[in-house]
Each structure stands twice: as structure tokens, then as C-alpha cells.
Design a protein. Structure first.
Length: 137
């Protein structure tokens, strides 16, 4: 992939991140999907990792996904994680002792209304490889 292609993808991700309102969070996967990169959570993470202050991104509002209804602070550096926690709490986001955040309370939905709710559900993948056990037939 050419450097210009990567820069274009990063600009799309940055545009989504800038839309996340104060007091809300979005997962890396959600940001990527909204930027038109389904399954691109790692691309979103890479884009934020190389962002600079000139991008003026609310980077603290992008978190990892722990489960359907919970997100987590995904920075492994303890100083960075503490900074993210402090900024989010200042914005009114409750962060648990282990870094978990309730997506059903603080998750951002970029649709009309209050903006509350969990991250959007993915459509089921076609051609699932799951098969019924022979003992269940």
C-alpha cells in the first residue's frame, strides 16, 4: 500500500474520531467501520498511535472492546493509561478500577438522538464455519 493510501485512511479515521462528543467513547473497531474500513480496528489504532498534537484529536475517547457492552482502556503503558483515565473521568466517563467502561452508558452512536448506547452491531458474516455437532442431530 502506498504512503498516500495510508495517509488517506488515517485522514478518514481522524475525521471520525473528531466527531466523538465529550463524555462518550467509541471502540477502535467502531471508528474503523465508520471510516469505511470494516474489520480495521488495528488500522485505527495505528492511525492514533502516529497522530500528533497538530491533528487535534480527542484520542482519549477511543478505547478497546472488552465485550459487547464493555470497552477498556487499551494503552499498555501505565502512564498513558493513567492519563487517558484522568481525561475521560474529567469528561464525565466512569472508568472502573480495571479500566472497563460501560458502552451501554458511554458508548457513542453517530445517529440522531442522545448519542447514548452501545457501539453498532456488526452484520453476521456469511458462510459461517460453525457446524452443528454430530451428537445433536
Amino acid at each position: 500500500m502506498a504512503s498516500s493510501d495510508v495517509e488517506r485512511l488515517y485522514r478518514l479515521i481522524y475525521a471520525v474520531v473528531k466527531r466523538i462528543p465529550r463524555g462518550r467513547v467509541a471502540t477502535y473497531g467502531q471508528v474503523a467501520e465508520l471510516a469505511g474500513i470494516p474489520g480495521g480496528a488495528r488500522v485505527a489504532g495505528a492511525a492514533l498511535k502516529v497522530s500528533t498534537p497538530k491533528h487535534q484529536l480527542p484520542w482519549q475517547r477511543v478505547i478497546g472492546k472488552a465485550s459487547t457492552l464493555r470497552g477498556r482502556i487499551a494503552i499498555y503503558d501505565p502512564v498513558g493509561a493513567a492519563i487517558q483515565r484522568q481525561i475521560l473521568e474529567t469528561e464525565g466517563v466512569e472508568v472502573g478500577d480495571t479500566g472497563l467502561i460501560a458502552l451501554d452508558v458511554y458508548g457513542w452512536l453517530p445517529t440522531g438522538g442522545s448519542g447514548r448506547g452501545a457501539s453498532p452491531r456488526r452484520r453476521p458474516r456469511s458462510g459461517s464455519k460453525r457446524r452443528a455437532s454430530s451428537s445433536r442431530r
